[in-house]
Write a protein that binds this ligand. Structure first.
Ligand code: CTP
Length: 398
């Protein structure tokens, strides 16, 4: 089954007897690695308690559009932006009608309207209701708008009727959510990605490094894996869980990263240099801890190899995508890097901001190539990772 590592799922639980299965759906999604936040509609709350969903999702349950406190912590717009996917399971006939009409009179309706995330709906209701023309029409309209429907099952219903309308099994729902992220856009392609910060030892205790968390690189790795690529990760110092690449190699220093890349670059189709590689290494790192004294301490730094530039200069170079971490003259510096390193595209990252970039789960970037630039507005690194891979496919493989 497809993994949902690092995926953020908003689960809407609406008024159907099948709402009692919602905690099980939450667990199945979590088993695949997802983080789940639940919106419980008024109808849903008649069938399942907020507490059960809070305990299973390990998050506050959202239910009130007008809750001042909730709006202060994570308001409906933020929740809408947070979601990689919105799953509504079970979706009652009333919820289907509200969604079709575009109503924003409750939290779920508002979040759906305010989000650009894909939407999956698992209807569950009495078989007679499910076959009603208005319900069928609503489902058709929603499908035409790109909403994906997880068909209900046929069988004995809570009311004793036999027919179509039983909520799909939790495993099936989780599987369908996983499939939302799958594509074959990079099928057969090999992608090598460097990520995280390098560490240059000063002595066995101290080191020179930077704030890179590896989150952007891991999001790109996730997007490549989901697109069918074989991914090799060269991993520096990171503070994010590692996805399941085809191959992973740890590289602590700039020199180790250079060696690891050069040993693995031969048959790669794409190289993404996302690591924040130290430009300098420590000349003569000490074998023992440097002892404190009253004297000024001088540490000599020597330039390290530029991994990206070296790959761009290979006679059989892969498609090379670099990053530009900048704090001033952003576009000018990034364009210079594109030219000087000889890469096919560069992703400009403003690392001077506190609310995105280094360490953060969010980022805002500009994709720059020979033809121009494209701004990708502030978003989760996971979403940006998928957008960047889509752009690479559009620009270089179509
Ligand atoms: N890079 C690299 N090897 C290095 C330094 C940088 O492969 N020794 C790569 C980074 O992974 C990134 C790109 O080069 O894709 C730009 O890195 P950045 O730190 O923004 O710029 P530098 O080339 O280091 O230049 P400066 O520090 O002067 O901005």
């Amino acid at each position: 089954m497809s993994r949902l590592t690092n995926k953020r799922i908003v689960l809407g639980v609406s008024g159907s007897i099948a709402a009692y299965k919602a905690p099980d759906i939450v667990r199945r999604l979590q088993d695949l690695g997802a983080e789940v936040r639940v919106i419980l509609t008024q109808g849903g709350a008649q069938f399942i308690t907020e507490l059960s969903l809070q305990v299973t999702s390990k998050n506050k349950v959202y239910h009130n559009l007008w809750d001042k406190e909730a709006e202060l912590s994570m308001g409906h717009i933020e929740l809408a932006k947070w979601a990689d996917v919105i799953l509504i399971a079970p979706a009652s006939a009333n919820t289907l009608a509200n969604l079709t009409a575009g109503k924003a009179n409750d939290l779920l309706g508002s979040v759906v309207l305010a989000s650009d995330a894909p939407i999956l709906i698992a209807p569950a209701m009495n078989q007679q209701m499910y076959n009603a023309t208005s319900v069928k029409d609503n489902l058709t309209t929603l499908k035409q708008r790109g909403v994906q429907i997880i068909n209900p099952e046929h069988g004995v219903q809570a009311c004793g009727d036999i027919g179509e309308g039983r909520l799909a099994e939790s495993d099936e729902i989780a599987k369908q959510v996983g499939l939302m992220f799958q594509s074959n856009k990079l099928n057969g392609k090999k992608v090598l990605i460097t990520l995280g910060a390098t560490i240059e030892a000063i002595d066995p205790v101290r080191y020179l490094s930077n704030h890179s968390s590896g989150k952007m690189g891991m999001a790109l790795a996730d997007a490549c894996i989901e697109s069918g690529a074989q991914v090799t990760l060269i991993i520096g110092n990171i503070s994010t869980p590692i996805s399941e690449p085809s191959k992973q190699i740890s590289a602590i220093s700039a020199e180790q990263m250079y060696q690891a890349v050069m040993e693995n670059i031969d048959d790669q189709d794409i190289f993404i240099a996302c690591a924040a590689v130290s430009d300098y290494s420590i000349k003569n790192p000490k074998n023992h801890k440097i002892k404190k004294s009253d004297q000024t301490l001088t540490i000599t730094l020597t330039p390290s190899k530029d991994v990206l530039k070296a790959v761009c200069n290979l006679p059989q170079k892969p498609l090379c995508i670099g990053f530009a971490a900048e704090t001033q003259n952003l576009l000018k510096n990034a364009r210079n890097k594109l030219k000087n390193k000889g890469c096919d595209a560069i992703i400009l990252n403003d690392v001077s901001k506190d609310d995105f970039g280094f360490k953060s789960d969010e980022n805002e970037v500009i994709f720059i190539d020979q033809k121009g630039s494209l701004k990708l507005a502030k978003n989760s690194k996971q979403k940006l990772g998928r957008k960047i891979i889509e752009i690479i496919v559009d620009k270089f493989y179509k």
